[in-house]
Design a binder for this molecule. Structure first.
Ligand SMILES: C[S@@+](CC[C@H](N)C(=O)[O-])C[C@H]1O[C@@H](n2cnc3c(N)ncnc32)[C@H](O)[C@@H]1O
Length: 349
């Protein structure tokens, strides 16, 4: 498959002030906040310190802040952090202590020298860690190696709950579709559970690249085919199980990775239209979801309940499990949460 992969845009021309550790991180952060573009000149760590200070000078929202306040901060940080640049020369970040990263040679083979926002350098570097070292998926029993720009689940409780559903599903296992496959974990779980054929779709080309490379790692490849496509894709073959772990919140989508987290109006309506058309008589639609939308966006109509009210599908069962309290990265007491993960199983009415 010839995919046009997403990558941070290479900056070939820019006007910037050189910056190094002789300027305090606080001062550099204030310059970024005030609209100046800076080019890092010494160490990787200087960039890390400046971005840490940038969060502080932009007044991060409190834990109790509203969704809108948090989104506003996120937007302000994204804009200001993109004004801190680093040079990439001969496929390496030209800073002391920069980690090795094979993505520069792969994604920017046509450029010898260019600049990237340092925040994107950090994102490329942490993505390389995932890709190079892999992420152990207990629900699969092995490591997967997500490609740059692909959604990687940071928690497992929703995947475990899907595993519970899958273990007790006694219906036909001929053909399934994993809509929005990301790094392929749900599709691979279905292959492991004996589905004859699994189609995995995503609108993000990097996700399709990721799962394609994953398939390439097997000596005996799973029965998994891929389509870079919107929702269920265009193949009209009837399907026994349609699985979708959709974005869990409504919001504006800016960039491929945000498509994993936020959905725009109309996504669920189109999904249910396609699923209804494609599902076999005894087929199942399985949505991996959460009560987050009810907690954070109480005014947004619940997309699954709205569809159920239309009467095309009935609810077979809904599994639900509390999310474990998360431990803050800087230590401290685990944060309590009212969040629950859910698996909704729907059949034709
Ligand atoms: C929450 S992530 C789930 C990824 C993966 N299935 C998992 O469970 O870890 C949602 C995925 O849906 C994809 N997506 C969003 N809108 C889509 C659409 N209209 N058609 C296909 N995929 C879509 C995103 O790119 C993302 O990979």
């Amino acid at each position: 498959m010839d995919l046009q992969l997403h990558r941070p845009e290479a900056l070939l021309r820019h006007s910037s002030l050189p910056i190094d550790a002789s300027t305090t991180p606080r001062k550099a952060a204030e310059l970024l906040r005030d609209g100046k573009t800076l080019m890092l000149n010494d160490r990787y760590g200087t960039g890390v310190n400046i971005l840490t200070q940038l969060r502080a000078v932009l007044n991060p929202p409190s834990l109790k802040a509203s969704y809108v306040e948090r989104q506003n901060f996120k937007r302000a940080f994204e804009q200001a952090s993109h004004r801190l640049l680093a040079t990439i020369a001969q496929h390496k970040v030209a800073l002391i202590d920069a980690p090795e990263n094979g993505f520069y040679a792969e994604l920017y083979s046509e450029h010898k020298v260019f600049a990237l926002p340092f925040i994107e350098v950090q994102r490329l570097d942490s993505a390389w860690q995932y890709y190079d070292v892999g992420v152990h998926m207990s629900v699969l029993g092995y490591r997967i190696y997500p490609f740059y720009g692909t959604y990687v689940p940071s928690r497992l409780s929703h995947l475990e709950l899907f595993g519970t559903w899958l273990a007790q599903y006694k219906g036909v296992h001929a053909r399934a579709v994993d809509v929005g496959t990301g790094c392929g974990v749900l599709a691979l779980m279905m292959c492991r559970r004996g589905f004859g054929e699994v189609l995995a779709t995503d609108i993000n080309p990097n996700a399709i690249e990721s799962v394609s490379r994953e398939i390439g790692r097997f000596s005996d490849p799973p029965p998994l085919t891929l389509a870079l496509a919107d929702l269920l894709g265009t193949d009209p073959t009837p399907v026994d199980v349609v699985v979708f772990n959709p974005p869990w919140m409504q919001g504006n989508v800016d960039g491929a990775l945000e498509q994993a987290l936020y959905y725009e109006a109309g996504l669920f309506e189109r999904f249910f239209d396609q699923a209804f058309e494609r599902l076999t008589e005894e087929g199942r639609v399985v949505l991996v979801f959460s009560n987050l939308i009810t907690l954070v966006q109480p005014d947004v109509p619940h997309p699954i309940e709205t569809e159920l009210k239309r009467g095309r599908f009935t609810l077979v069962q809904k599994l639900s499990r509390k999310v474990k309290p998360s431990v803050p990265k800087n230590g401290g007491r685990p944060r309590k949460t009212r969040e629950k993960v859910e698996v909704w199983e729907l059949a034709r009415a």
